[in-house]
Design a binder for this molecule. Structure first.
Ligand SMILES: C[S@@+](CC[C@H](N)C(=O)[O-])C[C@H]1O[C@@H](n2cnc3c(N)ncnc32)[C@H](O)[C@@H]1O
Length: 238
């Protein structure tokens, strides 16, 4: 097992976790955030489980969310009732949200994914699929451990088609993550949909989605924060 990990190119940590980013979003002290980050960082059993699953499924060059530890810390500190995420692929962000919900003992993760099966298409040309394309024979979220799936509502389809009915069913959205390739207009439509169920203290995050998330933060008259060394940005509703 250990040999498998050391040969693996999968590393869930990319850059040092940014406790200050989480602190600004949650208004918790940096030391409280650091405690949560350390807890998940030291959970090598969980991390190895995810890394080994990715490697054994043929996922060695996968670009998953850059900040899984921060997602865990946000979930532990905010104790959300409803998390909504758009963009699952193999399920690294989902797994870290779910692990934290499991430890919270309450809350649900609602995820939406339009699976990209480019990698499984037969072609005489070298593989051209995006790094998030599913390995052949795998489904969205395939790397999420089975013990975490009880608190998981996974819906397949395009965000613009699936989000409106999901949001209608929820009383509120406490934590939102948008991690998909996007067109600006489509992302803004998705954000308008989610905006209806944000409340004071809710947190919205988007990866590499500068124009739409800036538009959203301005609409909410709140400050946007950036996760160090990455394109992940977010704001807290005041
Ligand atoms: C960057 S990956 C998500 C990575 C994931 N958050 C993680 O940490 O592993 C983006 C995912 O969004 C899917 N996707 C692309 N466009 C979408 C859309 N409009 N609605 C829902 N999912 C979409 C892609 O197929 C892919 O599975």
């Amino acid at each position: 097992m250990t040999a498998l990990i050391s040969r693996s190119k999968v590393r869930l940590e990319r850059g040092a976790p940014d406790s200050l980013f989480v602190s600004k979003l949650t208004k918790e002290s940096v030391s409280e955030v650091e405690k949560e980050i350390e807890t998940v960082r030291e959970n090598t059993e969980f991390r190895s489980l995810i890394e080994q699953t990715l490697v054994s499924g043929g996922r060695t060059n996968y670009i998953q969310i850059c900040a899984p530890f921060e997602l865990y810390a946000l979930t532990r500190l905010c104790v959300p009732k409803h998390i909504v995420e758009v963009g699952v692929s193999s399920g690294v962000s989902s797994a870290y949200f779910l692990q934290a919900l499991n430890e919270n003992g309450r809350g649900l993760l609602h995820s939406i994914d339009l699976p990209d099966r480019e990698a499984g298409r037969k072609s005489s040309r070298p593989l051209r699929g995006a790094s998030w394309a599913l390995p052949t024979g795998k489904e969205s979220g395939w790397a999420v451990p089975s013990y975490l799936r009880r608190d998981w509502d996974l819906r397949l389809g395009k965000s613009g088609d699936v989000l409106p009915s999901l949001i209608k069913q929820l009383s509120r959205v406490d934590l939102f993550l948008y991690d998909v390739p996007y067109e600006i207009d489509e992302a803004i439509d998705d954000f308008r949909t989610v905006d209806q169920k944000l409340r004071k203290g809710s947190i919205a995050l988007a990866d590499n989605c500068l124009v739409p998330i800036t538009w959203w933060a301005k609409r909410r008259k709140t400050r946007i924060h950036r996760r160090k060394g990455s394109g992940l940005r977010g704001f807290g509703v005041t």
